[in-house]
Design a protein around this ligand. Structure first.
Ligand code: HEC
Length: 111
């Protein structure tokens, strides 16, 4: 009986967690790519180019490895590797991050 209760509450916990994950995921990983495009043009295009094909200041974003899903792109903007500047949180909101990650994900898929 004790065991059963344990299993039931574990199941409940897991359900609660996955529900939570889903809502976090929805925020962070399903940004609005068309809004992301305006964020991109405003904040990123100077270095990565208007069509994200790169400039001498930043690489093309059309050839990201397939493992670069929105989550990975989000992380690369949130905690960028130098010389890519850290724009979050001073210049980008979390919504900007999610939206621009969605936009880049679309760009990267469309080689
Ligand atoms: C001041 C120039 C500059 C700006 C502004 C900039 N980036 Fe970058 N970005 C870079 C450089 C340089 C790199 C390469 C860093 C490295 O060598 O790992 C880079 C790397 C990246 C990468 C990883 C690409 C890869 O193949 O490793 C992504 C994704 C990215 N930038 C997206 C963005 C987005 C989205 C924005 C706007 C929110 C942005 N960048 C703004 C210069 C910039």
């Amino acid at each position: 009986m004790k065991n059963r209760t344990g299993a039931a509450s574990l199941a409940l916990l897991l359900t609660a967690c996955s529900g939570h994950m889903r809502s976090v995921g929805a925020d962070a990983m399903h940004g609005d790519g068309s809004r992301g495009r305006s964020v991109y043009l405003e904040r990123c295009a100077a270095c990565h180019g208007a069509e994200a094909r790169g400039t001498r200041l930043g690489p093309s974003l059309h050839a990201l490895a397939p493992s670069w899903n929105q989550r990975r792109i989000f992380a690369a903007i949130e905690e960028p590797e130098a010389p890519m500047p850290k724009l979050y949180p001073s210049q980008l909101t979390r919504r900007d991050l999610a939206d621009v990650a969605a936009y880049i994900d679309g760009v990267a898929a469309d080689k």
